[in-house]
Design a protein around this ligand. Structure first.
Ligand code: UD1
Length: 368
């Protein structure tokens, strides 16, 4: 029962989700995996640094689609990925997360009748103004194997009419990576390089279009962060989307309160997160990582597709209102650390479960 897989990555949050799955498949002889990078993210510090940190092999194919409108980006991935599948058809395509590359690759594979496995299926923010929500819904309706991270995902999929047999609760590959790379992150010198001390700074990430694309919203959020930064200095590795908005609008922030850096790699970021007093973010994955690390997380959004991080974890939704960010930030700084619990199956073994399910899937197909 030999089978061939293509795993697709495109953007920064994809790499650490694919890495554990890649490692598991490396250990079995009857399956081979090729890595395709769409090129949605292309800067060294949005892509190559992660391949180095995670020790992922160089992708076999690089589609080089780059930036563009949603339709441009999606269609370019489709055109290029179709050529890859035409050249050598795999038995399965694995996609992860909810970026444009995830949905585009899924559409191509489904139309060519190549089975698709979606890692991190079923998450829903119920907010279709979020591009990722559309990507999640389209990917899930087309996928043949749906790997979920938390109970809400199964409920969402069943409600949307997905066949229960396709859904597999396996845990969280992002946490597989966090556990696996933690000793390496420990050795990072980033705190010394930034001359900061453990527990005496907060960490910020911000890149959602809803927070950064509108100048007034961005100014209000940054203003709130500067105010909070007066109580606890904040370190802010800025996404290129956000950096461009800050520069184009000539927004000035005092670096002593809100220190803007270029994007940083996986290990350095993990180290910064592990020792921060507080995290403020609009990322999806960071809500999960802080939950496991027991670091208070304030999510600068009105909703989350990851409700488990609020139910059992350290996460709290604060929206984009400046007053709310400041008051919740001050509250969080007063609280003791480490009050969250680790959600079920976030135990570092999600990729092992995924491989087991995929193996069974091909076993059954061989027999029938
Ligand atoms: C994408 C994902 C988002 C994910 C985020 C993580 C979609 C719809 N969005 O958002 O879900 O949370 O990645 O980072 O897929 N840019 C660069 N260099 C790069 C990449 C991007 O300068 O290497 C700039 C470009 O100006 C580009 C902009 O960032 O236009 C946005 O990039 P894009 O990939 O379209 O979306 P993200 O905001 O990164």
């Amino acid at each position: 029962m030999g089978y061939e897989i293509i795993a697709v990555v495109g953007a920064r949050p994809n790499y650490m989700k694919v890495a554990p799955v890649w490692r598991e498949f490396e250990q079995i002889d009857h399956a081979s995996m090729r890595l395709v990078h769409t090129g949605q993210h292309y800067d060294t510090n949005m892509s190559k640094v992660f391949f180095d940190d995670l020790k992922l092999p160089k992708p076999e194919v690089f589609l080089g689609v780059g930036s563009g409108s949603h339709s441009e980006q999606t269609s370019r991935v489709m055109l290029e990925f179709e050529k890859v599948l035409n050249k050598k058809r795999p038995d399965l395509v694995i996609v992860v997360g909810d970026v444009n590359s995830t949905m585009a690759a899924t559409l191509v594979a489904a139309k060519m009748e190549v089975p698709v496995a979606h890692v991190e299926a079923g998450l829903r923010s119920f907010d279709r103004s979020m591009p990722e929500e559309i990507n999640r819904m389209v990917t899930d309706i087309l996928a043949d194997l749906l790997f979920t991270t938390e109970p809400s995902a199964r409920e969402n999929l069943i409600r949307e009419g997905i066949d229960e047999k396709k859904i597999h609760f396996v845990g969280n590959v992002m946490i597989d990576s966090l556990n696996f790379y933690r000793p390496m992150a420990d050795s990072s010198r980033i705190l010394d390089m930034l001359a900061i001390e453990p527990g005496r700074y907060g960490l910020v990430t911000l890149h959602r279009p809803s927070n950064v694309d509108d100048t007034e919203t961005l100014k209000a959020v940054l203003g709130a962060l500067v105010e909070l930064g007066g109580a606890c200095p904040l370190i802010f590795p800025a996404h290129p989307r956000t950096r461009k908005m800050i520069e184009n609008n000539k927004i000035q922030v005092p670096a002593k309160k809100l220190r803007i850096l270029d994007p940083i790699g996986y290990l350095d970021f993990a180290k910064l997160m592990m020792h921060s007093r507080l995290v403020l973010t609009d990322s999806g994955g960071i809500q999960e990582e802080t939950t496991v690390l027991g670091i208070p997380c304030l999510t600068i959004r009105d909703n989350t597709e990851r409700p488990i991080t609020i139910e059992v974890g350290t996460n709290r939704l604060v929206g984009a209102s400046a007053a709310h960010i400041v008051s919740e930030g001050h509250n969080a700084l007063k609280e003791p650390l480490g009050q969250g619990k680790t959600p079920e199956l976030w135990d570092g073994r999600a990729a092992k479960r995924i491989v087991r399910v995929i193996d069974e899937y091909f076993n059954e197909r061989t027999q029938s």
